[in-house]
Design a protein around this ligand. Sequence first.
Ligand code: FHN
Length: 448
Amino acid sequence: MKRKSAGIKALLLTLGIIIALFSFSTLQAQSKTAPIHKTTSDMGWWDNARFGMFIHWGLYSEAAGEWDGKPIKGIGEWIMNSAHIPRAQYEQLAAKFDPVDFNASQWVKIAKEAGMKYIVITTKHHDGFSMFKTKASKYNIVNATPWHKDPMALLSKASREQGIKFCTYYSIMDWHTPFQQAADTNAIKPTYNPTTLTEPAKYVSYMKQQLHELISQYHTNLIWFDGGWLKNWTSGEAHEIYNYIHSINPSIIVNNRLKFDVGDYGTPEQKIPVRGLPGPWETCMTLNDTWGFKTDDDNWKSDTTLITNLIHCASGGGNFLLNVGPTSTGIIPQPEVDRLMAMGRWLKVNGEAIYGSHRTPFNIALPFGYATEKPGKIFLEVTQWPQDGVITVPMKNKIVKAYLLANPKHQLSTTRSEDGMVIHLPKQGPDPIASVVVLQINGAVETN
Ligand code: FHN
């Protein structure tokens, strides 16, 4: 009898061990495939920021959209691929890259005066050239150019000094590394995009070395991954990199471009989701048609378009990451500065409606413009000033107080109609692009 119960115990113990091992390996496997991301509340400063500066700056800025004296079609930072430039020829740009006009404090000051709360700069774009002093490769701005300075160290320091969050863009796809193969390896006329990850373990180790530098030496607050469409990039690598970043600093925010449902926020590009997206998101957009500088791209967006885009993003609960493409000498083109200053002037008066605001409380589009919300306040960004002097919002709440953000001392009269609450406005709005009307209410918005 005793022998029998000992046998049962041994069997149960073995079974227990098998179940434990199976559940551990399942959990481990899940950590390689399960969606991982921060919650909105964990996004902290980022969810309040609403407006940031994207900066595309690299060897492609030296080419400026031209190769062999000819203009090259397409976005400037893609010239190595668009002009089918062999690696050895493209590398020669480094010997010419000498940004004598670069001034980190001036760049950060422009971002700040534009009302931007963070900057995201290309530390390594698809061309594989590192714009910081990395130990992982000599193909970097300090070792390979006659300038020998480290712009990322200078920008990180200037950002901290001026109270702007320093963030870094990093391309997974890399047209220079030996661990990825070009799509067409033709020696005369190569095409790089999309590369194939031929040595995943070695490339992930290279990435980890550079990411560790960006986090521990350059104090990046956010990593803006890109280029995740290369072949042979898997969910395993995406999860490994996301977890690696947080093993160094759990507060680092990561966008969704590691792919495979890994990352903290969505990144619609050159477009604004009409009603926003669920969860945290950020639209990135160019001021003209290129991210990296091109001498021949003067297709600048208007102040009206840019301010309206910022409002549209905020009304959908998202951020607006607006790009500048500095020249190879380190100058942010004046047409870009002019537009950013116009946005900064608008935000100086109306920033309360944008920073730290939440998406519109209304589930229908408003005929006169947009809305954002904070507890106890609704902000109406009026882009179509009504001829008849009234606007109606589809809500039941009594309006405790209504006023123009540009003139808070002057109360506006309000009445109720069957369509909701009516606000009576002056003949003309205070701002030619968008005037903000503030409605103070009690409790949560009750829509019609
Ligand atoms: O290929 C890049 C492109 O060069 C640029 O960096 C944009 C910015 O979001 N991202 C990729 C295109 O989606």
